[in-house]
Design a protein around this ligand. Structure first.
Ligand SMILES: [Zn+2]
Length: 308
């Protein structure tokens, strides 16, 4: 039950160690650095990008969780953003999701992969399960979840009232790529399912967890919302890749998974999750060729502001 990895939700089962720009990265001035693929995840990933360049950025919504880390993977320009900041200091409810997504878009990102750790709500979704959700339920309580709130930007422009379709919260093309990448590594991922996102930082009670399961939802996490929705508001493709690190309170029948056990499960899987993630990056369509629903998020709307 107790699951720091899930709370951290960060593919950061290394406990956040290894964050920072120290692993061979260099600090850049950011001039001209662009990337069309973004990865929001834990610290287990960016240090494996070769020749990482760290670029601090700011946005009209404040600072993102950390600097952006630029690198290249399979010939694609990728930027990594540690969701909880280096050292894993930001709890899920304190993450500045608006700044994170805005920052990524501002450097050219149009497609995002969002690996995260979750709890399984069904006995068959035990530790080590990889699930690529196709639906989301928001049970968060205190998060700003829109750019279109009528508040003027620093440049004086004011966002209009905009209602963005979110019927299908994840990029259908990105989901296919993620599933194929997992299969290519011999990891049979669960194709579809509902991620319920709770406010945290506490875990669910058994009653809440049983309720979530009874509703037919699949996994529970703390960071999937509003991350995916804000991506949609910016016309970005967003694909979630959820690694189950434990069974949630209502699904487990024993005394609960220990923290040590959670870290062990995470450690066993973070390596192959990284491989799958890298293959997914390589498999994503060229940005210019995107034709998915994400690119039509604002058809017919006057946003009132310029997206970065
Ligand atoms: Zn898309």
């Amino acid at each position: 039950m107790a699951n720091a990895a899930k709370a951290g939700n960060g593919t950061g089962g290394d406990g956040g160690a290894g964050g920072g720009s120290g692993d061979g990265g260099r600090r850049g001035d950011g001039a001209g650095l662009r990337a069309d693929i973004g990865v929001i995840g834990g610290s287990g990933f960016y240090s494996f990008l070769e020749d990482v360049t760290e670029v601090p950025v700011t946005t009209p919504y404040g600072s993102p969780s950390d600097s952006l880390f630029f690198g290249e993977l399979a010939g694609r320009r990728v930027v990594f953003l540690p969701r909880h900041g280096r050292g894993h200091h930001l709890p899920p409810h304190r993450i500045n999701y608006r700044a994170n997504l805005w920052a990524l878009r501002s450097v050219g990102v149009r497609q995002i992969l969002g690996p995260c750790a979750v709890g399984g709500l069904r006995p068959q979704y035990g530790p080590g399960t990889l699930l690529v959700p196709d639906q989301l339920v928001d049970r968060t309580k205190n998060r700003v979840q829109t750019y279109f709130d009528g508040e003027p930007l620093p440049d004086g422009t004011v966002p209009n009232v905009v209602h963005t379709s979110f019927a299908d919260p994840y990029c259908p093309d990105g989901r296919k790529v993620a599933l194929a990448a997992a299969q290519g590594r011999g990891w049979e991922a669960v194709d579809g399912g509902t991620m319920v996102v709770v406010e945290g930082p506490r875990f669910s009670t058994r009653a809440e967890s049983r309720w979530h399961a009874a509703m037919g939802w699949s996994v529970v996490g703390m960071t999937g919302h509003p991350e995916a929705y804000l991506a949609r508001e910016l016309g970005l493709c967003y694909t979630s890749m959820a690694l189950v690190t434990d069974l949630d309170a209502g699904a487990e029948t024993g005394e609960g998974v220990s923290h040590t056990e959670v870290l062990r499960v995470f450690g066993e899987n973070v390596g192959r999750l990284r491989e799958v993630l890298f293959d997914a990056v390589a498999g994503l369509p060229e940005t210019e060729s995107r034709a998915c629903l994400c690119t039509h998020a604002h058809d017919g709307w006057d946003l009132g502001i310029e997206l970065p």
